[in-house]
Design a protein around this ligand. Structure first.
Ligand SMILES: NC(=O)c1ccc[n+]([C@@H]2O[C@H](COP(=O)([O-])OP(=O)(O)OC[C@H]3O[C@@H](n4cnc5c(N)ncnc54)[C@H](O)[C@@H]3O)[C@@H](O)[C@H]2O)c1
Length: 320
């Protein structure tokens, strides 16, 4: 059997680099695409790719999905995992919104138009729990109200709608995964756990927005990559599935667990709550369990231990 080709957009990012490594391990040929946006230090993205660069079945196109010719990238592709995005809730207000719409909405639409012609077997879109906003029901279910409370969430929801629209109108077999706060090695430097571990290891204060009683549903990166593989296998076109870690935890409790994993104390600095930050996020992933057979496997304790070990290496500048 000839090797299947995967197109992973955003392959140099946190989730994209892990997914690409997993696909290589599963025997795929991976065509990664990334334009190394400056949302955070691009040298971190280069580092994310260090293992992949040693893989003969991995190739990287340094291209911007907003303008590059997509047909050559999509030629012969079995499955598209579309992860490229402008991420982050806090930076999505004001003039920056234009970057969010051009990447998260316009580039997604370009990719779907191309998929209409090249007809991949499956397409999996990285959506976000931020489509729910302040969900009135806990844990959030897919059929519940979708009222984002950040401009970022609005663009991720628009991307999801485009995926289901192209499935309905043109038979592009795409589905969406709503990730709930992903953590683990290579987590983006603007994200909470990255900042917290960095602060713990360097003896700095940890910025806590609000009083620390906000709850989050944290999902370990390996569970997210597993869900991505499963969605490509058995996701139903047009569907969206919650992918959550299965345990809702208060931020202050998480910080205690992080300090234990790092073996060092945490100094807290309480700051005002930020606009667009929901008080609680929690997702019910029963639908994903039913349809794609997803079950989170990695406990918070195990996941934090693995992230602490990585953060130590990262701060020392040692290889991945
Ligand atoms: N990390 C999380 O907790 C989380 C939660 C919910 C949803 N998501 C979604 O998962 C996906 C991956 O998130 P991440 O945390 O790995 O982010 P990331 O920023 O680390 O990765 C995204 C990558 O996409 C690339 N990119 C952006 N615009 C591009 C363009 N126009 N052309 C080519 N490449 C482009 C960036 O350079 C980056 O390497 C995103 O779609 C994000 O919205 C992430």
């Amino acid at each position: 059997m000839s090797e299947r080709i995967a197109l992973v957009t955003g392959a140099a990012g946190f989730v994209g680099s892990h997914l690409s490594e997993r696909l290589i391990a599963e025997g795929w040929r991976v065509r990664g695409v990334d334009c190394f946006t400056t949302y955070y230090d691009p040298s971190i993205k280069e580092r994310n790719l260090s293992r992949l660069h040693r893989e003969p079945r991995f190739t990287l196109e340094r291209a911007d999905l907003r303008e590059t010719a997509l047909e050559p990238l999509m030629q012969g592709v079995d499955t598209v995992w579309h992860l490229a995005a402008q991420a982050g809730v806090r930076a999505s207000w004001g003039a920056e919104f234009q970057t969010y719409t051009s990447i998260n909405v316009n580039a997604t639409q370009r990719l779907l138009e191309c998929a209409k012609a090249t007809r991949p077997r499956a397409l999996v879109y990285a959506s976000s729990s931020s489509v729910y906003g302040e969900a009135p029901v806990f844990p959030a279910v897919e059929g519940g109200a979708l009222r984002p409370i950040s401009p970022y969430g609005v663009t991720k929801l628009a991307g999801e709608h485009l995926v289901s629209l192209y499935a309905r109108a043109y038979g592009v077999p795409g589905c969406s995964l709503r990730y709930f706060t992903v953590y683990g090695p290579r987590q983006r430097p603007d994200m909470g756990f990255h900042k917290f571990f960095r602060a713990i290891f360097t003896g700095q204060e940890l910025p806590i927005y609000g009083d620390g009683t906000q709850t989050r549903d944290f999902t370990f990166i390996d569970d997210i990559t597993e869900a991505n593989l499963r969605a490509a296998q058995s996701g139903r076109p047009g569907d969206a599935y919650n992918v959550s870690g299965g345990s809702r935890v208060q931020l202050l409790d998480v910080i205690r667990a992080m300090a234990a994993a790092a073996g060092r104390p945490a100094k807290l600095n309480f700051l005002p709550k930020q606009a667009g930050d929901p008080a609680n996020t929690g997702g019910d992933s029963s639908l994903a369990r039913q349809v794609i057979g997803y079950r989170p496997e990695v406990s918070l304790e195990t996941g934090l231990g693995r992230m602490a070990a990585w953060m130590q290496r990262f701060l020392e500048g040692s290889p991945e």
